[in-house]
Design a protein around this ligand. Structure first.
Ligand SMILES: C[S@@+](CC[C@H](N)C(=O)[O-])C[C@H]1O[C@@H](n2cnc3c(N)ncnc32)[C@H](O)[C@@H]1O
Length: 324
């Protein structure tokens, strides 16, 4: 399809549906990925319309359809395996505008909501994920750390305490000192909330990626995982404040968030995955993957030389051990 056809299609849709045309086009355009093999939920989520429930004006809110889809899946999985759902409980420990409650109400399940905000829209306020105990247990823990809700003082970053509510709070996850501080705190929340899961429960963590001062940070890649990693869903982001900005510098805009679904199969045994960053010097390490050819080129590059080596010849087959 060429640009002209797309332009004509857009004009036809706009004539027919007025201002709603873009939402309709987004729904149509993502449908093939959202609905496959007869399933309403795939590893690609897109809710351009958001839907009602929670507060669309609450910065960093998520579509209730995200919570509803996961909730339906977890309930279906339980029913499929003949497990009881009458006591099913959804817990959202960072509930913001209360989107999770709307989704739970719609499915007729009990929900428990906490937030550090002393006066949240729903549920228990003044609950601190870093200090307070989780006094409830749940079959689904859903929580959302918005991609933007991180680390001051960068523009385009939502801070909750002292901005959306109350005074600045030192344990507000949107007021971490730096990325590592944020990760440590997020990982603590993951450990704590996993413990609050009932056997066969699931934890759904929705996170974004961020770019700060030209550096890319992928929370989903760096955060701790507990339990069985059941699914990884990519969610398209729509109607973000940053969509309206224009940037000169070459970079790849972040237009997706990620939902990690973790399954607690055993009450006591806990599989976990912990990412760790490290650095090594090529010059001081034994590397099977390194050839003489590349070592010399890298050394020259490091000395700011401009080597023009013929890359076709290799002095040593790849995979041969090299001692630097
Ligand atoms: C991204 S918002 C959640 C939005 C929510 N999913 C919605 O749709 O409205 C993150 C929430 O985490 C809360 N929060 C931040 N730090 C917290 C902490 N230490 N303990 C509990 N809640 C915290 C903030 O007050 C904010 O409401």
């Amino acid at each position: 399809m060429n640009e002209e056809m797309i332009r004509r299609a857009a004009a036809i849709l706009e004539r027919e549906f007025g201002q709603d045309w873009q939402g309709i086009a987004q729904e149509l355009g993502t449908e093939n990925l959202r609905k496959r093999v007869g399933k309403e939920l795939t590893s690609f989520m897109a809710f351009p319309e958001r839907g009602s429930g929670g507060d669309s004006q609450w910065r960093g809110n998520c579509s209730p359809e995200v919570v509803s889809s996961i909730l339906r899946y977890v309930l279906d999985a339980k029913r499929y395996y003949g497990k009881a759902t009458s006591q099913f409980t959804l817990l959202d420990p960072m509930s913001g505008s209360g989107t999770s409650k709307a989704a739970a109400d719609r499915s007729g399940v009990r929900s428990i909501l906490y937030d550090l905000n002393p006066a949240p829209a729903h549920g228990k306020g003044g609950w601190n994920a870093l200090k307070d105990d989780v006094e409830d247990s749940a079959d689904l823990v859903f929580f959302h750390e918005s991609a933007c809700a991180l680390i001051s003082p960068y523009h385009n970053i939502i801070q909750y305490s002292g901005n959306m509510w109350g005074k600045p709070h030192p344990d507000d996850l949107s007021r971490c000192e730096d990325y590592n501080d944020f990760l440590e705190k997020l990982n603590l929340c993951i450990r704590k909330l996993y413990m609050a899961l009932r056997k066969d429960g699931r934890m759904a963590v929705l996170v974004g990626d961020i770019r700060m001062q030209g550096r890319f940070y992928s929370i989903q890649n760096d955060m701790m995982r507990m339990g069985d990693f059941e699914s990884f869903l990519v969610k398209g982001q729509f109607n973000c404040v940053s969509d309206r900005r224009r940037y000169q510098k070459p970079f790849i805009p972040i237009v997706t968030e990620y939902l990690l679904l973790l399954h607690k199969k055993d009450a006591l045994l806990v599989p976990f995955h912990f990412a760790k960053d490290s650095t090594f010097s090529v010059a001081d390490t034994d590397l099977t993957a390194l050839t003489w050819h590349h070592l010399i080129r890298m050394t020259l590059e490091s000395a700011s030389a401009q080597p023009s080596m013929n890359t076709k010849t290799s002095t040593q087959p790849a995979g041969t051990a090299y001692t630097a």
